[in-house]
Design a protein. Structure first.
Length: 276
């Protein structure tokens, strides 16, 4: 059975989507695993990262062909309705040979996801996605909300991408408390795979200070990935029109040896921790 892992952080701007997308792509391209990325963020960042402009425009005009169509109580999935002859919406879009995505949609914001917190888990089970894919990665928005609840309740474990700044650090115990409550309320087994430092500037004093704070807590020290992803302009510019045109938007395709080694090392550590 494939592993389902949520990438989550309560703070935005920590490189969470960049890490989720690039770990997924590296798993598929380098390690030949079948990977599904599910974009649970109504801002559609992972969708825009992985699909071309035409595909994104098409999805925007067809919200039922997205996570919105899966989670909306107003849309009956064909096959679930007796006598229905309507074709089932196309939820899964290919990105690369072994890398697919279920895109998000802006209309996701209109749903009360707390009404059916297990709907995504049920969909994954109904479609046997854990049998089709070796790894399913869920990319969440930087909030504690129905999006994160559905994602975590569908998952086997979670990863916390984190910048070395104080606001990111302050969010760790809040996230830990939220997930602990969620596990208790729903009797959910959910493994904390670890903290991955991203957008790292190791020459800044705050890097050493925040890393020392993480290591001060024995529990978090054990969970800290040994591999890190440095901040680099070429990663921030990966989605420039020029890169999108050539299709070179992923870290291992950018031609930077150091960044390539780092994302491969993070992916290898992810595979070990998730037991993929």
């Amino acid at each position: 059975m494939g592993k389902i892992i949520t990438f989550i952080n309560m703070k935005g701007g920590v490189g969470k989507t960049t890490l989720a997308v690039n770990v997924g792509y590296t798993l598929a391209k380098v390690y030949k695993l079948n990977v599904l990325l599910i974009d649970m963020d109504p801002q559609m960042n992972a969708t825009q990262y992985t699909l071309n402009d035409e595909q994104v425009r098409t999805i925007l005009t067809k919200p039922k062909n997205s996570v919105y169509g899966i989670l909306s109580p107003h849309i009956d999935l064909p096959g679930a309705v007796k006598g229905s002859t309507e074709e089932e919406p196309e939820f899964i879009y290919p990105i690369y040979e072994k890398f697919d995505i279920i895109p998000s949609h802006l209309q996701l914001m209109s749903l009360n996801l707390n009404e059916r917190p297990l709907r995504l888990k049920q969909f994954i089970k109904e479609k046997k996605l854990s049998e089709i894919y070796d790894v399913i990665i869920l990319d969440c928005p930087p909030t504690i909300s129905g999006y994160t609840k559905l994602s975590l309740l569908s998952s086997d474990g979670y990863v916390v991408p984190m910048k070395t700044d104080y606001l990111s650090f302050f969010g760790l115990p809040l996230l830990e408390n939220y997930i602990s409550t969620l596990k208790d309320d729903f009797e959910q087994e959910l493994e904390f795979l670890g903290i991955t430092l991203t957008m790292v500037r190791s020459d800044w004093n705050i890097y050493d200070d925040v890393k020392a704070l993480i290591k001060k807590d024995v529990k978090w020290k054990r969970k800290l990935f040994s591999s890190e992803l440095k901040a680099k302009t070429l990663i921030e510019k990966a989605l420039s029109p020029e890169n999108k045109k050539t299709g070179k938007t992923y870290i291992i395709d950018l031609g930077d040896e150091e960044s390539t080694k780092q994302i491969i090392a993070i992916t290898q550590e992810f595979m070990r921790k998730a037991r993929v």
